[in-house]
Write a protein that binds this ligand. Structure first.
Ligand code: GRF
Length: 223
């Protein structure tokens, strides 16, 4: 792996499987990618993503939320300490199942991004695929957004759309969306790391050079 002083130091926060984390690690293996995954941190010691990261030679840390009881701020201070200790510049949430307190979110404003399995602002929160099927939408997808204090409401950086097929179950739809997630998260992190996507007064301003079709994956392009 080639490292350069221009690569931004990124932490990925996970609570489970970590397939999006793995997609970011894979992207960062390319020498021209503007970020390196310097830390994978989990609030759960049993998160499978930790093993994947460790096997890839990436530093891992657990900040076990159960050790902090209801003291959310103490938990987040401990997370912050790890981020500082690893000189982290950007944070990617990837299936991190904790709502972060406003203080943490403010400290990392513009440098904290999340992936959500729906075309926001539709289907914020949990069970997005079941709700998309219930609603009968024909297009579903995923969004990468800057994190703000309000859940799943920050400015959108990139989105990918996938078709909802007549025979879809929650599982088949989730799998189709997930493969789209793995494509747009590395793209969105690249844009943020290169300062081509920035949070300005609550909106995501993208560099004029980013073509619309670079941030929207149309259904026909999803395998
Ligand atoms: C993804 O669907 C992501 O959009 C959501 O949680 C899931 C995490 O999956 N926030 P993985 O751990 O990245 O495989």
């Amino acid at each position: 792996m080639v490292t350069s002083k221009f690569r931004r130091r990124v932490a990925v926060l996970v609570s489970g499987r970590g397939s999006n984390m793995a997609a970011l690690i894979a992207a960062a293996r390319n020498a021209d990618y503007p970020a390196e995954i310097a830390l994978v941190l989990s609030n759960r010691s049993d998160a499978a993503g930790l093993n994947t990261a460790a096997s890839a030679g990436i530093a891992t840390r657990v900040v076990d939320q159960s050790g902090f009881g209801k003291d959310r701020e103490a938990f987040e201070r401990a997370v912050d300490n790890e981020l500082q200790a690893h000189r982290i510049e950007l944070v990617c949430l990837a299936g991190f199942m904790r709502v972060l307190a406003p203080g943490f979110v403010q400290r990392w404003e513009g440098r904290l991004i999340n992936i959500h399995p729906s075309l926001l602002p539709a289907f914020k929160g949990l069970d997005t695929h079941a709700r998309a099927l219930d609603a009968g939408v024909k297009i579903h997808g995923a969004s990468v957004h800057f994190v703000t204090a309000e859940l799943d409401s920050g400015a959108i950086i990139a989105q990918a759309a996938v078709p909802v097929l007549a025979a879809d179950t929650e599982e088949t739809l989730a799998a189709r969306v997930l493969s789209a997630e793995h494509r747009i998260y590395p793209l969105a992190l690249r844009l943020v790391a290169e300062n081509r996507a920035q949070l300005v007064e609550g909106r995501c301003i993208t560099d004029g050079a980013v073509a619309a079709d670079a941030v929207l994956t149309v259904p026909s392009e999803i395998g």
